[in-house]
Design a protein around this ligand. Structure first.
Ligand SMILES: [Zn+2]
Ligand SMILES: [Zn+2]
Length: 157
């Protein structure tokens, strides 16, 4: 049978954690989606490894933090993660990312194609979004000023 190109994609072929239907709408509720590029020169931009998901944010970062917790370590596959925190209302993805809700009720946004960890949100900090500094187009722009979860820090870092 010929496949109808206008038909909805068959998400049943994907693992459940990449399936957008699996996630209630509220998970994406406070993340804007914006198609196309803007010309705002104060804009901070970033993207995943494969380029499928990009993002943009304006305004000053609220925090620049290195986190040594075990969840950041696993989610990134790196020894620690540098995060840049912004007001979520100034932030938008180019398209909806894949999301995973961890046991700690955190929402991790990542590219469903290449797996790059892009953002972290938690309802303990409503209205904020943390972006991985490693996914920024200019990761030198905002050096971390604090380290957290240092009790979980690996001994060799
Ligand atoms: Zn990607
Ligand atoms: Zn962490």
């Amino acid at each position: 049978m010929e496949k109808d190109p206008s038909a909805a994609p068959d998400f049943s072929l994907l693992p459940f954690w990449t399936n957008p239907i699996f996630y209630p709408k509220f998970l994406l509720g406070n993340i804007g989606i914006r198609k196309g590029r803007s010309m705002d020169k104060d804009e901070i931009t970033g993207r995943c490894l494969c380029g499928q998901v990009s993002y943009q944010v304006t305004g000053k970062p609220l925090h620049a933090t290195i986190c040594h917790c075990a969840n950041c370590r696993r989610a990134s596959g790196a020894q620690s993660v540098a995060w840049l925190t912004f007001s979520a209302e100034n932030f938008s993805f180019s398209e909806p990312p894949s999301q995973y809700r961890s046991e700690t009720e955190a929402i991790w946004s990542f590219c469903g194609r290449c797996g790059t960890t892009l953002a972290y949100q938690h309802n303990r900090r409503p209205g904020e979004i943390d972006l991985t500094v490693g996914s920024l187009d200019d990761p030198e722009a905002f050096p971390p000023t604090q380290q957290v979860s240092v009790d979980e820090k690996l001994s060799w870092t």
